[in-house]
Structure formats: structure tokens, C-alpha cells
Design a protein around this ligand. Structure first.
Ligand code: WTA
Length: 660
């Protein structure tokens, strides 16, 4: 991969400016090293101190890490707290009720400000509405909503009553939604009439109705509907209820349900290398601690900041860096409904200027697409806006190529703002490997060093450490408070996927390849080592897309691989064998479009293959195994130089090479 080679040869280093270092809570590398040493010296003591300082506990914990039932670790187990109380009540009680919690900007540009006091009342009303419908501690609630104040309210209300939520991204299909409703055993669903993105309305309620009609989720007794557009919806009384009408009947106070620190706060589905998506289960105490702590460290957060994370609440980034982390700190943050390119490619810069955003957190894909637009049209170039409020820039979700990093640093950050490249995963709960802006010298394309307390390392296939400079498998050697607790309903899968016996059963396997710099020990992420693709920062399992394709009646066989893409990082390429003769010319174009639409309907538009190629067969070994590495080369348009002597049908390579 050329991006990785260029990082490996990257020699530009950006040390923190004297100003950044002076104002930072963690200033200079010695301060970082001291924290790291503290964690190594007394792991329990290190985490216990942070947990006491950062969170407000109803009942203090006496135990810290419990490894008795490894790898099912527990943290602060006998402590009790409530996540919503930590995110709302305690700020109001401290006299900060008038502080702005959310600056919500809708797709069309309307802005709504919500104070901590308002937000607490709205959360309480909706929590009471959930309770009135019989939702109680431990019940699961699925949230399928647009980016909205109501989305945050729904999540916080679930946390308030101790009902784990499972948010499903609004771009997923009815089938994907149905699978998640069934797997998590939901008793209620919160959705919206429609979702607005880039001026277009998408019928969320209709998709939700379809999902419910598919069956297996009869336990869903209530469907709360947020009235976003007022568009037509079908109504199923008494199951369906408008969110505003339900809330209007309720009191604006609701005592938080105190839960044990290990009580599941949420389940979030993510793609793995095999089978169906995994329900990643997170705890209340350990997760919330890290959501808040990482914002303090990675973004050097200060109370005067205006924070903006552009992620959707349907992904983990939106959970940790919108719904929980910033609110736990009492921060003021921007929440955005729309897309970066509507009404034009200057939307982000316009919003930063308007809301005086100081910490901005987005994905490399968005940066790459905005570079293209800005370089073609000076009007929407960041330099046409006043971005002087910015202090810190962050990226997440996929490797950032050094060119995009430099552009972000220079054009958006005016060469003034540190760019923090944050490596983490749905499973890790929060940032794991990331710089501290007042301490860590930055190298474009590297996420630099593990945060204090995170024992990240690189090992070989047997779990042995590899020397710096040599690539290997990224692992975490010790449990940390925000790690996932299990795979919902499938503890065996949790063990097998994340603590594989081949590595000794004690190392957390991240699923990424990585290499550390020989001198600095800095980490560079080389991408997934399993069959997971990363398209625009979204995780997609190749197996999921393959099963979607073969469920189409005309498809006999399909293999899906990734190919590097300038904008989306990776693009999905599908090799397909039909039950009818291989199509050519216009017929092939038509069928490829049909199959793309099919995948969109089965999984969601994000999973649509960019390229569909038809063959009479797939390249297979004599024992019938599909040779994916050859498909990957074909997808990239490379000459096949590998040994193909074990191939049953070498002639197929030529056909697939052209077959587009
Ligand atoms: C990738 C998103 C390089 C990685 C928070 C990981 C990254 C997967 C980075 C998790 C980064 C995330 N540099 N790659 N800074 N951040 N990744 O669960 O492959 O949606 O395993 O969590 O994204 O994706 P997930």
C-alpha cells in the first residue's frame, strides 16, 4: 500500500508549539511518560484514581480490576452510578444548568441550542414515557434515528432507566434493522418519520415498519416516532406513539436508576470477519470513565471549548464523542444532522466559523472528499472562512494518508492546530493509540503512542513480541476499563474473536496490522488483517456482502474483496458468477446495477459494491478454495505475478481482469 510506504518514509515531525504545550494539562513528553509509568507501577491504583476523579459514584467501588473470570474482566464492579446522572444532573446540580450542552444544526441550517437544564428535562420526560410503556431496567431499546437532539435524548433516557440501547445507523436497510432487533431482543424501538440528509428525505418509519413485519421481533411492543419532517407515515395503534406527545404527558423529573458499574450501557453491532455482525456490549462505569478521560487527554479539552465530532450516533464515535464523553464533562458541543457537501462543500468550514468550534473531529474520507471540492472551487476552500477559533483537529476511523494530514493541518488548521490521529474501535470504547496535543510530537500518518494505561503492542502469529520496525499483529496486553465485556448473547464468540488461543488466550486481538517506528516506537496502522473492509471509515464484513449477493436468485457464487480508493480509503469489489451465462456489454452494466441496488436493500447503501465483475467461475485451488489474494490483485488492476500453479482454472484470471 503506497500510503503506508509513504508514512514509513515520513520524516516531517510537528512538535507541539510552545503555546500549545504551555496551556495543556499534559505538557511535554515527560508528563506523558510519568503517567505511563504510574500505570505500570500500580495499574489498579492508576485507574481507580481516574475513576474517582472523573465520575460521580452513587456507591463508591472498593474493587478495581477483577481478572478471576478472564477474559470476562470486570471493573469497579461493586460501585454504583448512572450514566445519565453523570452526563446531566451533576452539571445542573453544580450550577451549570444554563450552560449550552448542544448546538444542533439541522440539514437545512436551522440552529437550536439546548442547555444542560433543558436537556435534563427532556431526557427525564422521555425516560418517564419509556417507563409508562413498561420499559424497565435491563430491557433493550433499539434506536433508529437521524442525527438529532431527540436521538441524544433517547440514548440518555435509556441510560437513565438502565435499559441498554442499541443504536442502528439510519443508513441500514430494513433487513439489517430486523436482524439487530431480533438478536438484541428489543422491547421498544425509537425512530423518526423521516430523516433529512442533503435536502433529501429518507423514510425511516417505513423502513422500521418493514423491519418489524419481517418477524422474530414480536417482543417490540412500542414504537416511538420522532416527528422530524411531518411526512406521511403508516400508523399502527396502539404500538406506535409520537415521541413529542408521549413526552408532553410526562413529568420533567425522573429519578435515575442506579446500576452496578458492569451493567450494560449499550450494545452496538459491528462487522466481524465471519458470519453476522457482532453485538459489542459495553459497561456503564468503565466505558463512561474512558469516554470522558480520552477527551481530556486526546483533545486537551478545556471548559471553554466548543467541541464538534461529525460522526453519526449510529457508530461508536457518535456514542463516545457525542452522546457520552462531552456530556460527561459538561462540554458545549455541535451536533449536525446533514452532510459535509450540502448545500456546498464549504458546510463544515461555515459551521466551524459560525459556532466558533475549537475542537473538530472528523474522518479522513470527509477530508479527502473536501480537498477535491475545495481545490476546484475557491469559494468553498477553508481559507475563505474564518477558522481562527480552531485549536485542535482530530481524525478517526481509517488510516489518514500524509497528504491529507498535511492539507488538514495547513489549510484547515492554519498550520497552528495539532492534528490528533486517533486509533480505536467499537470494541475499545474510546481512543487507544493517539497523541496528546501538548506533549506528543506528531508525524503525519501515525497515531503515535498508546494513551496512558493502554498496553498496546505488536506481536507475531504466536503472540511473541516483534522488534520495532517489523510489522505484526496489533494487540493490547492488559484489560482496560472501556473494553467490550462480551458479544451479546455469544460469549464463546467473544473469547474466540478477541482472545484467540493461538496468541495464548490473554492478548486482546484488535484485528489490525501495525508497525512501530524503529526510533520513536510510534505506531502506524496498516489496516485490517481479517476479512473486514473499511469503506469511508465504516466497517463491512466481506462475508456479509457475499451472503447478500448470493441471496439474489440469479447469483450462483460471489467473492468480495477491497481495493484502495483515493476518497473512501477502500472500495468494495464483487466478483460474481451467475446462474446464467456470463453477461457482457450493456447486459453486464444493467445486472451490475441491479446487484448493487440489491446489496443496498439487503444491508444498506454503504455496502454497495463500487465495481461488480462477472466471470464464468472464480479462481479456485484444486481443493475448491477461492484464491482471494488473486482477486485482490485483479481488483487493483495489477499484473498477476503470484504463483498460480495451484489454480484449477488459470484461464479465468484473464476473463475477470477485463470483466468490468
Ligand atoms: C480502523 C471506529 C487507522 C481500524 C472508531 C479499526 C483506524 C477499525 C483508525 C475500527 C486510525 C480506526 N487509523 N485505522 N486512526 N481508527 N481505524 O469499530 O481498522 O468502526 O480496527 O471504530 O477502523 O472501526 P470501528
Amino acid at each position: 500500500m503506497s500510503a503506508i510506504e509513504s508514512v514509513l518514509h515520513e520524516s516531517r515531525v510537528f512538535a507541539p508549539s510552545a503555546e500549545a504545550a504551555a496551556g495543556a494539562a499534559i505538557s511535554g513528553m515527560d508528563a506523558y511518560r510519568a503517567l505511563m509509568a504510574e500505570a505500570e507501577r500500580d495499574y489498579d491504583g492508576f485507574w481507580a484514581k481516574l475513576a474517582r476523579e472523573t465520575l460521580s459514584w452513587r456507591k463508591p467501588f472498593s474493587k478495581v480490576l477483577d481478572e478471576t473470570n478472564a477474559p470476562f474482566y470486570t471493573w469497579f464492579e461493586d460501585g454504583e452510578l448512572n450514566a445519565s446522572h453523570n452526563c446531566l444532573d451533576r452539571h445542573v446540580e453544580a450550577g451549570n444548568g444554563d450552560r449550552t450542552a448542544l448546538i444542533f444544526e439541522a440539514d437545512g441550517g436551522e440552529v437550536t441550542r439546548v442547555t444542560y437544564q433543558d436537556l435534563l428535562q427532556r431526557v427525564c420526560r422521555f425516560a418517564n414515557a419509556l417507563k409508562r410503556r413498561g420499559v424497565k431496567k435491563g430491557d433493550r431499546v433499539v434506536i433508529y434515528m437521524p442525527m438529532s437532539v431527540e436521538g441524544v435524548v433517547a440514548m440518555q433516557a435509556c441510560a437513565r432507566i438502565g435499559a441498554p440501547h442499541s443504536v442502528v445507523f439510519g443508513g441500514f436497510s430494513s433487513k439489517s434493522l430486523n436482524e439487530r432487533l431480533v438478536d438484541v431482543g428489543a422491547v421498544a424501538l425509537v425512530t423518526a418519520d423521516e430523516q433529512m440528509r442533503g435536502g433529501k428525505a429518507l423514510p425511516l418509519k417505513r423502513i422500521a415498519d418493514e423491519a418489524l413485519a419481517m418477524g422474530g421481533c414480536e417482543a417490540v411492543q412500542s414504537v416511538f416516532v420522532y416527528r422530524r419532517t411531518g411526512g406521511e407515515v403508516e400508523w399502527h395503534a396502539p404500538r406506535d406513539i409520537w415521541m413529542d406527545e408521549a413526552a408532553a404527558q410526562e413529568a420533567d423529573t425522573c429519578a435515575p436508576e442506579w446500576v452496578g458499574a458492569e451493567h450494560p450501557l449499550f450494545v452496538l453491532y459491528t462487522s466481524g470477519s465471519t458470519g453476522k455482525p457482532k453485538g459489542v456490549q459495553h459497561s456503564t462505569g468503565g466505558y463512561l470513565l474512558w469516554a470522558a478521560q480520552t477527551i481530556k487527554w486526546t483533545f486537551d479539552w478545556k471548559p471553554s471549548d466548543v467541541f464538534w465530532c461529525t460522526a453519526d450516533i449510529g457508530w461508536v464515535t457518535g456514542h463516545t464523542y457525542i452522546t457520552y464523553g462531552p456530556l460527561a464533562l459538561g462540554a458545549t458541543q455541535v451536533v449536525f444532522e446533514g452532510v459535509p457537501t450540502y448545500p456546498d462543500g464549504g458546510r463544515f468550514w461555515n459551521m466551524i466559523e459560525k459556532h466558533k468550534v475549537s475542537v473538530f473531529y472528523t474522518a479522513p474520507t470527509a477530508i479527502r472528499s473536501l480537498i477535491k471540492i475545495a481545490e476546484a472551487d475557491a469559494k468553498v476552500h477553508p481559507r475563505s472562512y474564518d477558522l481562527s477559533s480552531l485549536r485542535i483537529l482530530g481524525t478517526v476511523g481509517e488510516p489518514i494518508n500524509p497528504e491529507a494530514w498535511i492539507w488538514y493541518h495547513e489549510q484547515v488548521g492554519g498550520s497552528r492546530c495539532p492534528v490528533v490521529d486517533t486509533w480505536w474501535q467499537t470494541e475499545t470504547g474510546g481512543h487507544m493509540i493517539a497523541p496528546m496535543p501538548g506533549a506528543t510530537p506528531l508525524v503525519p500518518g501515525s497515531c503515535t503512542l498508546p494513551l496512558p494505561g493502554i498496553m498496546a503492542a505488536i506481536v507475531d502469529e504466536t503472540g511473541q513480541d516483534v522488534p520495532n520496525g517489523q510489522g505484526g499483529i496489533l494487540v493490547v496486553k492488559r484489560p482496560w476499563p472501556a473494553m467490550l465485556r462480551t458479544v451479546w448473547g455469544d460469549p464463546e464468540r467473544y473469547k474466540k474473536s478477541y482472545f484467540p488461543a493461538e496468541l495464548g488466550g490473554k492478548l486482546y486481538l484488535a484485528g489490525d496490522g501495525s508497525v512501530r517506528d524503529k526510533e520513536t516506537g510510534y505506531f502506524t496502522i496498516m489496516g485490517r488483517i481479517d476479512d473486514v473492509l473499511n469503506v469511508s471509515g465504516h466497517r463491512l464484513g466481506t462475508m456479509e456482502i457475499e451472503s447478500a449477493l448470493v441471496s439474489n436468485p440469479i447469483v450462483a457464487e460471489a467473492a468480495v474483496v477491497g481495493r484502495p480508493d483515493d476518497t473512501t480509503g477502500e472500495a468494495v469489489v464483487a466478483f460474481v458468477v451467475l446462474k446464467r451465462p456470463r453477461p457482457e456489454g450493456e447486459e453486464a452494466v444493467k445486472l451490475a446495477n441491479e446487484l448493487r441496488a440489491w446489496v443496498g436493500k439487503e444491508i444498506g447503501p454503504i455496502a454497495k459494491p463500487k465495481d461488480v465483475r462477472f466471470g464464468d467461475n472464480l479462481p479456485k485451488t484444486r481443493s475448491g478454495k477461492i484464491m482471494r489474494r488473486l482477486l485482490r490483485s485483479l481488483a487493483k488492476g495489477e499484473e498477476i505475478t503470484q504463483d498460480v500453479s495451484t489454480l484449477e482454472n488459470p484461464a479465468i484470471l484473464e476473463q475477470l481482469a477485463q470483466g468490468r
